[in-house]
Design a protein around this ligand. Structure first.
Ligand SMILES: [Zn+2]
Length: 197
């Protein structure tokens, strides 16, 4: 399959068969991509807390398996051609987050992007799991303070996962433009994904 663009501020979902691989490309660099994975019936989803416990760290590395809330391995991270600063700890941005940041009007958000993308496949998530925030540059100091800096991923950087079960992958090109989650002066950019057979 050729690469598919996820427009800036939008989401996408795509089914994967067991052993298919998917590449997520930071087309312009500096863009955070929220990523989820569900079993096709929606009963299990990729769980960051369960994955963190199993891995014993908060940044996944090539070779790491990522787990569901029932501790079933769903994905393996195969290749990471980026600085590797992905975030496993942050909730997806949602309408309430933008209200807290002072938005009065509706603001595009990753939670709604996930709902819309999954609804297009007739899957209704019962809630919004914590995503794997690809390329998100969170840093922690002395296990207490946390800072968010713009992603260090360069244009064309990518990360590749292999499905360990039949599943549905979902992505959101994070529309955050109020705090420096994204680079380019907090300007959300398009990204791409590519299913590799
Ligand atoms: Zn977001």
């Amino acid at each position: 399959m050729r690469p598919i663009e996820i427009p800036a501020r939008r989401g996408a979902a795509v089914p994967l068969k067991k052993d298919q691989r998917i590449k997520v490309i930071n087309t312009h660099g500096g863009q955070v991509v929220d990523m989820w994975c569900f079993l096709p019936d929606g009963s299990e989803h990729l769980s960051m807390p369960h994955s963190v416990v199993t891995l014993g760290r908060i940044k996944p590395l090539p070779g790491d398996k990522l787990y569901s809330q029932l501790r079933k391995p769903l994905l393996v991270l195969e290749d990471d051609h980026s600085p590797g600063t992905h975030c496993m700890l942050f909730a997806a941005c949602d309408i309430e987050r933008y209200k807290l940041l002072g938005c009065i009007e509706y603001h595009d958000n990753c939670a709604d992007n996930l709902r819309e993308a999954m609804n297009s496949l007739d899957i209704i998530p019962s809630y919004i799991p914590t995503p794997l925030n690809l390329f998100m540059n969170t840093k922690f100091h002395q296990h207490q303070e946390m800072v968010i800096e713009a992603p260090e991923a360069k244009a064309g950087d990518f990360i590749t996962f292999r499905a360990l079960q039949d599943c549905v992958m979902a992505f959101s090109a994070c529309p955050q433009d109020l705090v420096p989650v994204n680079a380019h002066g907090c300007t959300p950019q398009s990204v791409e994904y590519q299913v590799l057979d």
